[in-house]
Design a protein around this ligand. Structure first.
Ligand code: HEM
Length: 183
């Protein structure tokens, strides 16, 4: 990997993390539950993508999380991470198959070993789209993720604020994991 991918270069590859933890409101039990999970994540480099005078380099990614010994993942994401060297802008655009899209952004130095990306519902340019059911009953108000990069491992800590029917105040749905290189 070259400098063209900036701080994203270290994330290219195949990753696995056993120690994930999700905190969410579980409808089956009507309780807030902490769920440990296994995650497998692949990030593949591509680029450049040219928008006029802008030149982006990116990683296309897929990630999936399993709880216990269940066969099907209980959460998945597909999307792109992008780096604009001219402005130091980092983007993560992804889809959660509940019917939610997120474009989170922030800035970082080309050699940064950590950065934070944010998106807010109804805001520009880093926004959140969701289906009409979720908009009415479990709306994603904001998304924020902090990435920390180490040697052949990286971690994320993310908070998704939800306005849910079940709570008077916004509910913090949180996830974190450390991923280790497997390929
Ligand atoms: C590691 C990442 C994530 C995991 C493991 C995860 C897992 C979960 C789980 C287990 C639930 C509860 C489902 C239930 O029992 O009813 C849930 C709910 C929800 N999650 Fe996530 N989630 C993650 C990230 C996200 C992100 C990034 C977003 C949005 C940007 C999101 C949006 C939602 C919403 C809107 C609900 C509420 C659905 C409802 O009440 O109908 N989640 N998530």
């Amino acid at each position: 990997m070259t400098h063209e991918w900036g701080p994203l270069a270290a994330l290219a590859g195949e990753w696995e993390g056993q120690g994930g933890l999700d905190t969410s409101f579980q409808h089956a039990t009507e309780q807030v539950v902490g769920t440990p999970f296994l995650e497998r994540c692949t990030l593949k480099p591509f680029g450049p993508v040219d928008n006029g005078s802008q030149h982006l380099y990116g990683l296309d990614y897929k990630t999936a999380m399993w709880r216990g010994d269940e066969q099907n993942p209980f959460h998945t994401e597909v999307g792109y991470w992008l780096w604009d060297a001219a402005t130091g802008e980092v983007l993560r655009g992804f889809v959660v198959p509940r019917g939610i899209t997120v474009l989170a952004g922030g800035t970082a130095a080309a050699d940064a070993t950590g950065f934070t990306l944010k998106a807010t519902n109804g805001s520009v340019p880093y926004a959140i789209g969701e289906n009409t059911y979720l908009a009415a009953h479990a709306s994603t108000l904001s998304y924020e993720v902090t990435i920390t990069i180490g040697d052949d491992e990286w971690s994320y800590d993310e908070t998704t604020m939800l306005r849910m029917d079940q709570f008077a105040e916004p509910f913090a749905h949180t996830d974190h994991n450390t991923l280790r290189r497997v390929g």
